[in-house]
Design a protein around this ligand. Structure first.
Ligand SMILES: Nc1nc2c(ncn2[C@@H]2O[C@H](COP(=O)(O)OP(=O)(O)OP(=O)(O)O)[C@@H](O)[C@H]2O)c(=O)[nH]1
Ligand SMILES: [Mg+2]
Length: 406
């Protein structure tokens, strides 16, 4: 037990005042610390980029050259880049891979199957194939838009082979027919040149008359490329309609691709040029350029496209020029196609709307009459309804029922 003596009391008094000093000291230290922390936070804030300003109000003017102004906006005539919005980024789509799409989408060719597949197989399965039967087969092929030359060739070979083989088994006949249709489509290089060149992106120019599906195809193709791990930039060189640019931007934003746009009525070639320039600067893999399908005059459109091509090629050669044809327009599409092939070097055809026609045979006519390979086919309005064209799978879908081997 400790006795409380005078010296102890004196010592406690000293201790009290000492504790007072300690408390005061600690309070001052804490205060000082708070001031220092406050100052540090302010200095750090100054070093960080400013928080994004509130988006500028939507322009209310309807003047063709007035695009949404920003602090660093170039002149109205200069193409602008629409990036996916910085704030509240919507979840990006995850497109389906392109491989095997034709097989997955084969039922979209159902209408073609009815005309061509079932009709042909019914005739071919008859006990006796007389002259009238062969004429029916010819008519079925012509009716499916296969075209006069290829039809004569296919029927000629089929006649000869069935005669030699004496074949009447439906499975064998189907296989023979499939072989001849595939043969009519084969021997073309269908590879799509979309891989970048290291120092610059691959450039794909998409052309065709209005309404054939160019913008939709550019959007779908962007998805295919993104699904394959490529970076993609879109050029909205259809400055004929403002809505065309928005349509393209919507496709791009769904997969995180930027769109370079110009003012409505502006120079399509300068938009295309700027798109490729930005593609080079940003190390993009593939630049896809959408064009107008209509101008005031037809010759004007061809001149414009030739100019787009010339101007873009200042950056380097165009890798692919895809002509989009609407399969439902049948042989008319072939007439249009010739006009385009004269203006720009078409390297491949995209045949759209094959889901909406019984004339799937147009694929054969396009390739044989134009001498240009069909590289992609459109089988619907959905975002992933674009398939690489594969003759065997296509013919298989066209003929309907499965068969042992082609
Ligand atoms: N059924 C079907 N519709 C398609 C296909 N491809 C495109 N379309 C539709 O065709 C219409 C026209 O497509 P766009 O891509 O705007 O055609 P465009 O060639 O860009 O037209 P312009 O810009 O006016 O020259 C749209 O309604 C598309 O959804 C397809 O493969 N199948
Ligand atoms: Mg368009």
């Amino acid at each position: 037990m400790t006795a409380i003596t005078l010296p102890t009391v004196l010592r406690l008094g000293w201790l009290d005042s000492f504790m007072g000093y300690v408390v005061a000291g600690v309070a001052i230290a804490v205060l000082g610390l708070l001031v220092v922390v406050g100052l540090l936070v302010r200095v750090r804030r100054r070093g960080l980029p400013p928080t994004p300003p509130a988006p500028p109000p939507a322009p209310t003017t309807t003047a063709p050259t007035a695009t949404a102004p920003t602090a660093t906006a170039p002149q109205a005539a200069t193409p602008q880049v629409a990036e996916p919005p910085a704030v509240a980024v919507p979840a990006l789509d995850v497109p389906a891979p392109a491989a095997g799409r034709l097989v997955r989408l084969r039922d979209r060719l159902a209408r073609s199957q009815t005309t061509l597949g079932r009709g042909l197989l019914a005739v071919l399965s008859r006990d006796h194939l007389d002259e009238a039967s062969w004429e029916e087969i010819e008519e079925a092929l012509l009716g499916a838009d296969v075209g006069v030359g290829p039809t004569a060739e296919i029927v000629g070979r089929l006649r000869e082979r069935t005669r030699v083989l004496g074949s009447r088994n439906p499975g064998e006949l189907r296989a023979l027919l499939a072989e001849e249709l595939v043969r009519a489509l084969d021997s073309a290089d269908r590879s799509l040149h979309t891989a970048g060149h290291g120092d610059r992106p691959a450039v794909v120019l998409v052309v065709g008359v209005n309404g054939t599906g160019k913008t939709t195809t550019v959007g779908k193709l962007a998805r295919v490329l993104v699904a394959d791990g490529r970076s993609v930039l879109l050029g909205a060189a259809d400055t004929f309609r403002a809505a065309a640019t928005e349509q393209l931007e919507t496709w791009g934003s769904r997969v995180g691709a930027q769109t370079v746009r110009g003012p409505e009525g502006g120079d399509p070639a300068s938009v295309a040029f700027e798109a490729v320039r930005l593609g080079i600067a940003e190390g993009i893999d593939t630049v896809l350029i959408d064009t107008a399908g209509r101008l005031h005059t037809k010759t004007g459109l061809m001149d414009e496209l030739a100019k787009v091509k010339r101007v873009v090629e200042k950056h380097g050669p165009i890798d692919e020029t895809l002509l989009v044809l609407d399969a439902t327009t049948g042989q008319n599409g072939l007439v249009q196609a010739r006009v385009f092939t004269e203006a720009v070097d078409v390297t491949g055809v995209v045949l759209t709307k094959l889901d909406g026609t019984a004339k799937g045979g147009i694929v054969i006519a396009v390739q044989r009459q134009l001498g240009i390979p069909v590289k992609l086919i459109g089988l619907g309005e959905g975002p992933d309804d674009l398939a690489p064209f594969e003759p065997v799978a296509f013919v298989d879908a066209l003929l309907g029922e499965p068969h042992p081997q082609v």
